[in-house]
Design a binder for this molecule. Structure first.
Ligand SMILES: [Zn+2]
Length: 198
């Protein structure tokens, strides 16, 4: 039986021109400042539109523009999980730190999250031909492991996707590029559909 995605767009959005989250933004370059929470919503909103069109169900724990706490996100995931056990979390972010490429995280150790992460990252590798894959094969699969709060505290499988580096020269351009954005949206939708139909 397949699993239904719980979508989370990391950080707050922009309300009347004011970004709701401290930090979490690119340096000012040719397109201006890229706010991570704004970008994360571009991705998740695109995913939602496509899932609506193809009739695949989803949950969404961060539909508001205000920056809700990580605990609130986790509490909402727990509430969904209480009534539907066949779910997993997809938390969408963009990186900082001046690198290049995409990567995905699950919690430490082998969990149900690893198989889900592997589906997302295999498809991303196929669908983003020109992008660098920051994979860690040391434990036999593509994901990296980290005890991020949201990954550690959700009761279901959870996968955190980093869409590129806001402050990396090449990725800053990628993140503003509609084709790049659309490639990410299509690839995430492809994985969500595969996991739902599996
Ligand atoms: Zn983030």
């Amino acid at each position: 039986m397949g699993k239904t995605v719980i979508l989370s767009n990391g950080h707050g959005g922009v309300i009347n021109g004011k970004y709701q989250t401290a930090g979490k933004r690119s340096p000012k370059r040719e397109h201006g400042v890229l706010y991570e929470g704004m970008f994360n919503r571009w991705v998740v909103n695109g995913v939602i539109e496509e899932l609506d069109r193809i009739g695949i169900p989803y949950y969404h724990v961060s539909p508001e523009l205000t920056d809700i706490s990580l605990k609130t996100r986790v509490d909402r995931v727990k509430k969904i999980y209480n009534s539907d056990k066949d779910v997993y979390l997809l938390d969408v972010h963009a990186n900082a730190g001046g690198g290049e490429g995409v990567e995905g995280f699950t919690t430490d150790g082998e969990t149900g999250s690893d198989a889900i992460a592997e589906i997302f990252l295999c498809n991303i590798e196929e669908d983003l031909k020109d992008q660098k894959m920051r994979f860690d094969f040391s434990d036999g699969d593509r994901d990296k492991e980290s005890n991020f709060y949201v990954l550690r505290n959700t009761p279901c499988s959870a996968f955190l996707f980093e869409s590129g580096f806001m402050d990396g020269e090449k990725d800053y351009k990628n993140l503003w590029d509609r084709n790049y954005l659309q490639s990410i949206v299509c690839s995430l939708v492809r994985s969500i559909t595969e996991i739902y139909n599996s």
